[in-house]
Design a protein around this ligand. Structure first.
Ligand code: 2HG
Ligand code: ZN
Length: 475
């Protein structure tokens, strides 16, 4: 069924015929299995029901598709690697999925100006590899990098594990090409470091979750490769020590490139579910911190840092990655949490952020809340980019538990968490976005006035409301 806010002016079969003529039969998918696979993301909460999936190969194709959809009032869901966790790329209401996988060219790498120009369908991993081949570095780094695409990273303003040092996706984008709802191609591709000539419109599209336009091309920032990365995993006895460890790192001028944490339960589940996973620790600890630093000098900076942390009683044990295999192993303990949880049970996810100085107070209040509300068979797993104030909370119950009951129970706890979070002035979405799953909770973080300006912005750029309707907020 087409989206309820729109009443398409063409028959389904006419639309499909138009797309087939434009792109060729092969690139318009209508089979049931394809609709299911391409109409969803990692959330798996909503039943995918797209009208069809179209696979353009150029900006001009995207422009023609959107122009047709706008004229005929057909809803469109922009789509990339589909690794999102908020149903931002889910087509559950008869939308046309416009997937950019075929637009995967890296057009240029400028080793002097330190930029890379690519189409939106390039995977994040391919961008990292291209930078590396040219002796440079692309800092956006996410567990899903092999699958997610830069267009999706931009549309969701993805964060990842290196944000603490290099910023998120927004900080990497110098220029953008976007196709608007009308089909107009908006070229904001002037890749200048400095450009204060009026409003910088590209920022409006970064993090807009495909509701204002479809990103087709980007100019991204590159940088020199970090020198001599060192990695330690630390066992920590109490949560309050974690922000204190970060403070010591700053006071000692450590160049921190990642500061991640996970709890005992997260660690246990990864060890249980990830083939070959090993822990360097003999004893179990309530918290673990993964600390990566760049150590360009020759001095044993990380060892000294760990000694200072031991002396201050902030850590109880630590291991330094001795070689590249161990480096991968340690990172694996953190990066494989999401997949291990998915194998372990049914999962509901929160992705929240707070100012770092409010973390400890919040976590204490949260523990009190969970003590009274958590059902016996539900495990609550904390991990995330704690150096950025970003906590991932996953509610996990056995797969045998009735799914509706599980979500109802977890939702009740979640509402308590969001209320608490609002009192600490935190955000209900640090890096995953809002999509379909969190729009009812937007008010916990954004004021009525903010949401009303968002709505007006949406109406200005997409007056007929064809782009990703129902995502972030309803009109
Ligand atoms: C991560 O940090 C991702 O690994 C996924 O943002 C978080 O599964 C999650 O909750
Ligand atoms: Zn994350």
């Amino acid at each position: 069924m087409p989206h309820k806010h729109l009443s398409p002016k063409v028959m389904r079969s006419d639309a499909v015929a138009f797309f087939k003529k434009l792109l060729g039969e092969t690139y318009v998918l209508t089979g049931e299995a394809d609709l299911k696979a391409w109409g969803t993301d990692w959330t798996k909460v909503f039943e995918p029901k797209p009208l069809c999936v179209v696979l353009p190969s150029s900006t001009e194709d995207v422009s023609k598709i959107l122009s047709y959809c706008n004229t005929n009032e057909l809803a469109v869901t922009p789509s990339g690697g589909r690794t999102g966790l908020c149903a931002g790329a889910v087509a559950s209401d008869g939308e046309i999925v416009v997937n950019l996988t075929r637009m995967s060219k890296i057009m240029a790498v400028d080793t002097t100006g330190l930029t890379l120009t690519a189409e939106a369908g390039v995977t994040t991993q391919a961008l990292q590899d291209a930078a590396k081949e040219n002796g440079l570095f692309f800092p956006l780094d996410l567990a899903s990098k092999g699958t997610c695409q830069i267009g999706g990273n931009i549309a969701t303003n993805a964060g990842g594990v290196k944000l603490i040092k290099y910023g998120g996706t927004r900080e990497q984008v110098l220029g953008l090409e976007v196709v608007l709802a009308s089909g107009e191609i908006l070229d904001m591709n002037v890749a200048l470091r400095k450009n204060n000539s009026g409003y910088d419109l590209k920022h409006l599209f970064i993090g807009s979750e495909g509701t204002l336009g479809i990103v087709t091309k980007a100019v991204l920032r590159l940088m020199p490769k970090p020198r001599n990365l060192q990695l330690a995993i630390m066992a920590v006895g109490d949560f309050i020590s974690i922000p204190k460890i970060l403070a010591v790192c700053s006071q000692k001028s450590a160049s921190v490139t990642a500061f991640e944490f996970f709890t005992e339960v997260a660690h246990k589940i990864v060890l249980q579910r990830l083939p070959g996973a090993r822990t360097p620790f003999k004893d179990i600890s309530p918290f673990y911190v993964l600390l990566e630093i760049e150590q360009p000098g020759r001095e044993p900076e990380l060892e000294e840092l760990l000694e200072a942390l031991f002396e201050e009683g902030l850590i109880t044990d630590a291991a330094i990655a001795a070689n590249s295999t161990q480096f991968k192993e340690f990172w694996g303990l953190r990066e494989n949490i999401t997949e291990s949880l998915a194998a372990h049970g049914q999962v509901r996810k929160n992705d929240i952020s707070l100012a770092i100085d409010k973390l400890d107070g919040f976590v204490k209040a949260l523990q009190v809340l969970l003590l009274s509300k958590r059902p016996k068979d539900m495990e609550i797993v904390f991990f995330g980019h704690i150096g950025d104030g970003n906590l991932h909370i996953n509610y996990v119950s056995p797969k045998t538990r009735d799914s509706k009951d599980f979500h109802a129970e977890a939702r009740e706890i979640e509402e308590g968490v969001f209320k608490l979070l609002a009192s600490f002035k935190g955000s209900i979405s640090a890096e995953h976005g809002i999509g379909l799953t969190k729009k009812k909770d937007l008010h916990f973080t954004r004021t009525d006035s903010e949401v009303s300006w968002m709505r007006m912005t949406k109406k200005m750029w997409d007056p007929k409301g064809i782009l990703n309707p129902g995502k972030i907020f309803d009109l």
